[in-house]
Design a binder for this molecule. Structure first.
Ligand code: CP
Ligand code: NVA
Length: 300
């Protein structure tokens, strides 16, 4: 493993190995073990979109590992004034040990990896969100004991989260069902892949997708960069909500995940959010542990 550009690039074994290390790092942190596994290493963090969790978990993660993280906003970088990513990659490779990037196009992340000579980590693109889904998988395994026989269900937009979740679910042998409105399906190539490789269902019916689910996940109706579509999307996604009725279709002990930020009253009701807040905030905490594991695998 040289980079983390998308989950599709990782084997099942690589994913499990990251999750195992994440569990270990979480355990060590709880028990006051200071594992400076990346002493003196430097991570550049390029942000072309807003972030709370990704920024803070990567920055504190590097600090806890004995390394250092630089926050690089596109407002300040020359990239924001049009310097090509190919050049930025070659320059940053001479200063840093790794780069995390959050941006719009997946191609930019892939180019950064292709032109640079240090590991690149995708901190979210319009296409996928691999770091989040590693944390989600960690949370599922922690709460359910294993992935065996589990059904994961995603309600809503076939966006970056849906794309990564379906790959993560299939690679860990969970069955996966997505309910999304017509025209808002996940990436077509990934849908084909999932149909061939796993137990995958795509439907417009939220009840069908949620039926007997062990894990129910949702995300915002309008992602970063889609702000001007907000009104239209509110119409399209009416009914694609995690609420009490939907929870009745799922297993009694179903868990609920949300990558956050959440919009109560849109993709999830305030009541269901609060009922499952323990799971949702554990998921947010697990960003830290899962990413520290990724950093150790790539930068050590
Ligand atoms: N879930 C997630 O990536 O959160 P941020 O946008 O706050 O980083
Ligand atoms: N789909 C959301 C995820 C935020 C973490 C977005 O891209 O804005």
């Amino acid at each position: 493993m040289k980079h983390l550009l998308k989950l599709m690039d990782l084997s099942r074994e690589e994913i499990l190995s990251i999750l195992n290390l994440a569990d270990q790092l979480k355990y060590e942190r709880k028990n006051g073990v200071i594992g400076e596994y990346l002493k003196g290493k430097k991570l550049g963090m390029i942000f072309q979109k807003a972030s709370t969790r990704t920024r803070v978990s990567f920055e504190t993660g590097m600090y806890e590992l004995g390394g250092y993280a630089l926050f690089l906003s596109n407002r300040d970088l020359q990239i924001g004034r049009g310097e090509p990513v190919e050049d930025t990659a070659r320059v940053l490779s001479r200063y840093l040990d790794g780069i995390m990037i959050r941006t719009f196009e997946q191609k930019e992340v892939e180019d950064l990896a292709a032109y640079g000579s240090i590991p690149v980590i995708n901190g979210l693109t319009d296409y996928c969100h691999p770091c989040q889904v590693l944390a989600d998988l960690m949370t599922v395994r922690e709460r359910k004991g294993s992935f065996k026989g589990l059904k994961m269900c995603f309600i809503g937009d076939g966006n970056n989260m849906a794309n990564s979740l379906m790959v993560g679910a299939v690679k860990t042998n969970m069955s996966f069902a997505i309910a999304c409105p017509k025209g808002y399906e996940p990436d077509a190539e990934l849908v084909n892949w999932a149909k061939n490789e796993g137990d995958f269902t795509m439907t417009e019916s939220v009840e069908e997708a949620a039926k007997d689910a062990d894990v129910i996940v949702t995300d915002v109706w309008a992602s970063m960069g889609q702000e001007e579509e907000k009104k239209k999307r509110e119409e399209k996604f009416k009914g694609y909500q995690i609420n009490e009725t939907l929870m009745k279709a799922a297993k009694k002990d179903a868990m609920v995940l949300h990558c956050l930020p959440a919009h109560r009253g849109e993709e999830i009701t305030a009541d269901i959010f609060e009922d499952h807040a323990d799971e949702i905030f554990e998921e947010a905490e697990n960003r830290l542990h899962a990413q520290k594991a990724v950093l150790c695998k790539l930068l050590k």
